[in-house]
Design a protein around this ligand. Sequence first.
Ligand code: BEZ
Length: 274
Amino acid sequence: MERPERVPAESRNESRGQTWNPAGYACHARFVSDLGAPVVELLAPKSGERILDLGCGDGALTEKLVAMGCRVVGVDGSAAQVAAARERGLDARVADGQHLEFDGEFDAVFSNAALHWMRRPDDVLRGVHRALRPGGRFVGEFGGHGCVARIVAALAEGLERRGVDARAVDPWYFPTAEQYRAVLEAHGFAVRSVALIPRPTPLPGDIAGWLETFAGSFSGALPPAERPGFLEEVREALRPHLSDAQGRWTADYVRLRFAASRPASPVDINPRHP
Ligand code: BEZ
């Protein structure tokens, strides 16, 4: 195949093409919140606590925290997801997790399956630290190093074949436990636990639904007419690795689960992460 002209990285917007459709999310990705119970357990919310749910999506877990007696504010970058969360009667607001503006008002910040969409962890952690009262907790889970590695490789190879540099459109941040511990500590958090958890995850349907829900940044790098062929090629590349003989698909998830807190008394913040 003739090599097409390479598209320069800087001409591409990393989040272009990723949109959130609450109905599609509920159909193809409900497992994301359904599998959130262990991180809620790690948070150990107490009735009456004021909690920020960072990246609340359609509010499925936010609602569980409210049912446990917490006073919860959910924030999400997607207006459509926030609208779906409000439909549940939740206090949900559109906000960029990399520009949080809360100040000392939460007992805990909770986050499930959202932090890997925020590629600037320093900006996230600065805002989370400020949002917490001294002694407040930051507990969460998101994609860790190696998460959906097969899927990323297939997407990247498909784009490379079309002359697109996938690194320029990859929207995800998947750190190792050591990297995330270091960045938490650099922002003044006391880290209680941080671990990578490989969690191959059976999908509710075809990988096409997962790609449609989550891989918009990659397919959005191509002209609309090329997208169906690209996604079909990615699906076929993944079939031998992620589908069984009965056609059941499993995504190669790795989670990073952590619990940290803002110390009750101030500590120095590492100047390498101002
Ligand atoms: C998730 O929702 O957990 C997820 C989404 C995209 C890539 C990896 C994980």
